[in-house]
Ligand binder design. Structure first.
Ligand code: ADP
Length: 536
């Protein structure tokens, strides 16, 4: 029973299709630019994307995919992926963006757990798909670009046969699922995060606002962050809503290709993890003036802490502002943005740089608090606590129902990040409670590596910790205690790991020790190990 008086406003459903309708009716000529596998550039418009998204919806329905079914993508950032971003949710399907960098075993698990009935895959990624395809539930493999081998469907043929005018938009409830992503677990299997239409629309609105990422029609947006990472931070939807030109780099993420694209398309805002921009800054410093980046005013950097040298380097030497952002897959993903508050307008440059190195204040509708040993911490900039958040863009549970301890009884989500909070709500990430290593924006599970190492006959105990790395942010280091009377070399142990993990997961360094420090409850004391093996 409603205690108050019902408002007289429309029960308009906040759906991804509403974003597309807006893009199509108001920004039909808005440009979408994609790098092609051969390096050339393909140009299309939001108007054309809308038509093709509807064709995709019709075609998928013809294949028997129904409302609520999962459709996976396995691809880089390009126009066809954007069509799937809109076309799959349009008929009530759930877009599941598979991370192409994961190991085949993990992909098999995730695709099976999600129950992906079809997959839309880049032709260039077919060999990677083949490594887990038989262990995944895909009934249809739809190939974008290149040849479609026997047993697969060519994306272009599928669309050519579909009539977009036959598309009947179902009356979706905004609370229905539109997209899904898996996030690495500290222990155990990856966990499924399921975004509702309403969540994606509210996230789009909140990140587009002026004090957030300020996505306006006049901007040219290049998400380097892959479209398989948490909705590419919401940028494709925000650009479409605003009618901003969208530039998609596909797999060409090396500094030379990115610089060329940033300059030639007159990009104004780009976004991605620190590793990408560290390489870009080096390339820019090495050859100043070669590329005209005069249009580029903002780099949104997040996923891992943006080092102060990166923020200052871009600003001082190239006049490009870095907006530091913090987020999580469970937050759709943007949580906070380090836009310098008006109160610091008159502050010294050094103070403003110190501010930008923090993770910033929450975007609209994200509420935060942090919990220390004695309850919620004061917002005094010095007390430490685990960050908890709530809001309409924050997960309320994982699809498998596990990870329940990440949700508090009073309805907040525990992030596993240890923060201080300033009186104005600015957070600074101080540490991470979760046992994960973030290398170049991608997770490595220390627990999975430890378990595998301890499966080697020569190993008595193994602990894996993150060590700071200039290029990748963090890299894994393994501390190994060998069994009495047996030997093994670092190379032998790495070879042992190679069978089960992607190459970039393998610890760069394996240190042999006599013992591993333990906590009172017998767990590895990771904090002590991190201090012990801290690299300069
Ligand atoms: P995403 O796909 O956005 O990287 P994940 O869920 O994979 O999201 O990772 C989220 C985690 O990454 C956070 O809980 C935090 O530990 C780390 N992280 C994200 N952004 C930052 C940042 N700006 N500074 C420090 N750590 C960050």
């Amino acid at each position: 029973m409603l205690a108050g008086v019902l408002g007289l406003t429309m029960d308009y459903q906040l759906t991804v299709s509403a974003l597309l309708r807006r893009a199509e009716t108001l920004h039909a000529a808005g440009e979408v630019v994609s790098r092609q596998p051969d390096g050339s550039i393909a140009r299309t418009t939001y108007g054309a994307v809308a038509v093709r998204a509807r064709k995709l919806a019709v075609a998928l329905q013809h294949l028997g995919i129904a409302r609520g079914d999962r459709v996976a993508t396995f691809g880089w950032n390009h126009g066809e992926h954007l069509e799937a971003y809109f076309g799959v949710p349009a008929f009530g399907g759930v877009l599941h963006t598979l991370n192409v960098r994961l190991h085949a075993d993990e992909l098999a698990y995730i695709a099976t757990h999600a129950g992906d009935r079809a997959v839309i895959v880049d032709a260039a990624l077919l060999p990677a798909l083949e490594a887990f395809r038989k262990r995944a539930p895909f009934e249809h493999v739809i190939v974008v670009g290149g040849e479609a081998p026997a047993g697969t469907i060519a994306y272009e043929e599928l669309l050519a046969a579909a009539d977009d005018t036959a598309f009947v938009e179902p009356e979706l409830d905004e609370r229905e699922a539109a997209a899904c992503c898996y996030t690495s677990g500290t222990t155990g299997a990856p966990k499924g995060v399921l975004y509702s239409h309403r969540c994606l629309v509210l996230h789009t609105l909140s990140v587009a606002t002026v004090d957030s990422l300020a996505i306006a029609e006049r901007e040219v947006v290049l998400p380097v962050v892959p479209m398989f990472h948490a909705n590419a931070w919401g940028l494709p939807y925000a650009a479409a809503m605003a009618g901003a030109k969208l530039v998609l780099p596909a797999a060409r993420l090396d500094p030379a290709s990115l610089l060329e694209l940033l300059a030639s398309e007159r990009v104004t805002i780009s976004a991605g993890v620190p590793t990408v921009y560290l390489a870009l800054l080096q390339a820019l410093d090495a050859a100043p003036g070669v590329h005209d980046l005069g249009a580029l005013h903002t780099l949104v950097i997040g996923g891992s802490a943006a080092p102060p040298a990166l923020i200052e380097g871009f600003q001082r030497r190239h006049g490009i502002a870095v907006l530091h952002a913090w987020g999580m897959t469970e937050l759709s993903p943007i949580g906070t943005i380090g836009r310098v508050p008006a109160a610091l307008a008159g502050a010294s440059e050094a103070e403003r740089f110190r501010y930008r190195a923090r993770q910033g204040r929450p975007v609209p509708f994200v509420e935060l608090r942090a919990r220390g040993d004695d309850g919620l911490i004061p917002w005094d900039g010095s007390a430490y606590g685990e960050l908890e958040v709530r809001g309409p863009t924050v997960s309320s549970a994982y699809t498998s129902g596990d990870g329940a301890d990440n949700f508090t009884v009073d309805g907040w989500f525990s992030t596993g990040d240890i923060v201080t909070i300033d009186p104005d709500g600015t957070i600074e990430i101080q540490d991470r409670a979760k046992d994960l290593i973030k290398s170049g924006g991608e997770w490595i599970s220390s627990v999975a590596l430890e378990n595998a190492l301890m499966g080697h006959p020569a190993v008595a105990e193994a602990a894996v910790v993150a060590v700071a790395d200039e290029r990748w942010g963090e890299r894994p280091l393994a501390v190994v205690v060998l069994r009495n009377g047996v030997t093994a070399t670092a190379d032998e142990l790495r070879a042992h790991l190679e069978a089960g993990f992607a190459r970039w997961w393998l610890p760069d360094e394996v240190v042999f020790a006599d013992a591993i420090p333990k906590t009172a409850t017998g767990k590895f004391k990771k904090t002590a190990l991190r201090d012990l093996y801290r690299r300069p």
